[in-house]
Design a protein around this ligand. Structure first.
Ligand code: PEP
Ligand code: MG
Length: 538
């Protein structure tokens, strides 16, 4: 059995198609006719644009607007003078041939992106490679990939799949894919989840371990592969596949169900999002609302702070799409493992215990106010609730609310409207807040428990460290006690309590959380339906 990173759930039984990358030899020969080389580059860029436009249209039809955005990003890259201009400069200054110029610029950009701390940004190096290789293929007059899959039940095995490769996979023939490299957040993994085909990535050398025509069983839940299985094993997995599919079909019936426990308590099951467009997947999976919008993603992946106007548009978009359903937006939680390239942060021994989230925002009201003003202005478009991350004491909440009041005054004097009924809450993710929950509940409108951090702080086990991951236990009695205290603290003051950490979607934890009286569960969109199923049986 071979094991990798399970990137998209499901089972597949089929035959291997080894996807070979088109090999183009790039010479280092210099050229005399610089103009001719620049022309070759220009026409390859134009051709690449046309090809990507076509792929984008196809993706839009088969996978929807959101997934087609990858190709919009590719088009932006092709139009970016810093990127393509650097290629021209290579030709002009170094007399490089066009292919070599593209290859050199690609390597420089890829190195910069791969060196970034943020995983999402690192994965974007794949987009740069994808676009550059297309330009090179067009200069060479070759076609970019060699997908000519004739047979049904094919499992594509590749070193890596570019977003455009993934978008071109024929769903009627390809039932799964496996790659040597990649992580759960690589575009191909995200696309596999949208296509709803099982995928396993990060398999290191799967392209060497299997050959064309091998029979494989792909278990996208465990992240395992069995090569040339015997009849008995095939039978076993056929049954697993069938029950997985039956269950998925069954779950769809719950999309419009308003979740209630057996005792009749209504419980909201909502989705966590990082980008405004993620809202669509929450809606498609029957989410009752948005329980956590991690706004720091609006600040990442760029070179400067998002303006008030940009943020206003992003919040308005989510509120409008969710109609009047609740949308909990968390104010900026930067620091810890999330850094901004354009914001200088102190070097700290323990960044998770340091200058992050509300601590940074209270210290930098200039940054904080831009976000608060955008939130207030967007509030008229839906059912907005705002929460502050990493609150450890009442004072921090009060200071944050003073800044909110300042923003309200400013907006009023400038003639802007906002909703007076916004609920203001806090994330309970520091043990001190959980212990003091009954006191804090007198002042705030709601709590949302952030177990990802609460667990690491309670058990002194870094959430990023593999070495101590065995200590990171959501069901540790101390963690459970703090959760219970938080929920009871909220209820003692007539306030509601939700949870937006990963634990909310953990099937084994849900019954306990229901028993404790948790009012709202928020999780990744794809977990919503299975969580609903568990809750209605609690
Ligand atoms: C949490 O800490 O549980 C949480 C939801 O926030 P984040 O994972 O963004 O720190
Ligand atoms: Mg947190």
């Amino acid at each position: 059995m071979i094991k990798g990173i399970a990137a998209s759930k499901g089972y597949a039984i089929g035959k291997v198609f080894l996807h070979e990358e088109v090999k183009i030899v790039i010479s280092s020969e210099t050229v005399d006719n610089v103009e001719k080389e620049k022309k070759a580059l220009q026409s390859a860029i134009i051709k690449s644009k046309e090809q990507i436009e076509k792929i984008k249209e196809k993706t839009m039809k088969t996978m929807g607007h959101e997934k087609a955005e990858v190709f919009e990003a590719h088009l932006v890259l092709l139009g970016d003078p810093e990127f393509t201009g650097a290629m021209e400069m290579e030709i002009e200054n170094n007399h490089s041939n066009a292919m070599k110029a593209v290859d050199d610029v690609m390597n420089t950009f890829v190195m910069i992106f791969e060196g970034m701390e943020d995983e999402y940004m690192r994965e974007r190096a794949a987009d740069i490679k994808d676009v550059s290789k297309r330009i090179i293929a067009n200069i060479a007059g070759k076609s970019m990939s060699s997908f000519s899959i004739e047979e049904e039940n094919t499992i594509v095995v590749a070193h890596d799949l570019t977003p455009s490769d993934t978008a071109q996979l024929d769903r009627s023939k390809v039932i799964a894919f496996l790659t040597n490299i990649g992580g759960r957040t690589s575009h191909s993994a995200i696309m596999a989840r949208t296509l709803e085909i099982p995928a396993i990535v990060g398999l290191k050398d799967i392209t060497c371990q299997v050959k064309n025509g091998d029979m494989l069983i792909v278990d996208g839940i465990e992240g395992t592969i069995i090569v040339n299985p015997d009849e008995k094993t095939i039978e076993e997995y056929k049954n697993k596949k069938q029950s997985f599919e039956n269950e998925k079909e069954e779950l769809k019936k719950l999309i419009d169900v308003k979740t209630k426990t057996l005792q009749g308590k209504r419980i909201e099951v909502s989705g966590n999002i990082g980008k405004p467009q993620d809202v669509h997947q929450v809606i498609a999976n029957g989410g009752d609302g948005i329980g956590l919008f991690r706004t720091e993603f609006l600040y990442m992946d760029r070179e400067d702070m998002p303006s008030e106007e940009e943020q206003y548009e992003a919040y308005k978009y989510v509120l409008e799409k969710m109609e009047s359903k609740p949308v909990v937006i968390r104010t900026l939680d930067i620091g810890g493992d999330k850094k901004l390239s354009y914001l200088e942060m102190p070097e700290e021994m323990n960044p998770f215990l340091g200058y992050r989230a509300i601590r940074l925002c209270l210290d930098r009201p200039d940054i904080f106010k831009i976000q608060l003003r955008a939130l207030l202005r967007a509030s008229i478009y839906g059912n907005l609730k705002v929460m502050f991350p990493m609150i450890s004491s009442l004072k921090e909440y009060q200071q944050a609310m003073e800044i909110v009041e300042e923003c309200k005054k400013e907006l009023k004097s400038e003639g802007y409207r906002y909703n007076e009924e916004i609920e203001w809450g806090i994330m309970v993710e520091i043990p001190a807040a959980a212990v003091n929950a009954d006191e804090l509940a007198k002042h705030v409108d709601f709590f949302s428990i952030g177990t990802n951090d609460l667990i690491q702080y309670t058990l002194a086990a870094d959430r990023m460290s593999e070495k101590v991951s065995y200590l990171y236990d959501p069901m540790h009695p101390a963690v459970l006690r703090l959760i219970k205290m938080t929920i009871e603290g909220a209820h003692s003051q007539g306030k509601w309590c939700g949870m937006c950490g990963e634990m909310a979607g953990d099937e084994s934890a849900i019954p306990t959380l229901v028993e404790y009286g948790l009012d709202e569960f928020s999780m990744s969109a794809t977990s919503i339906l299975s969580a609903k199923k568990i809750i209605i049986n609690c």
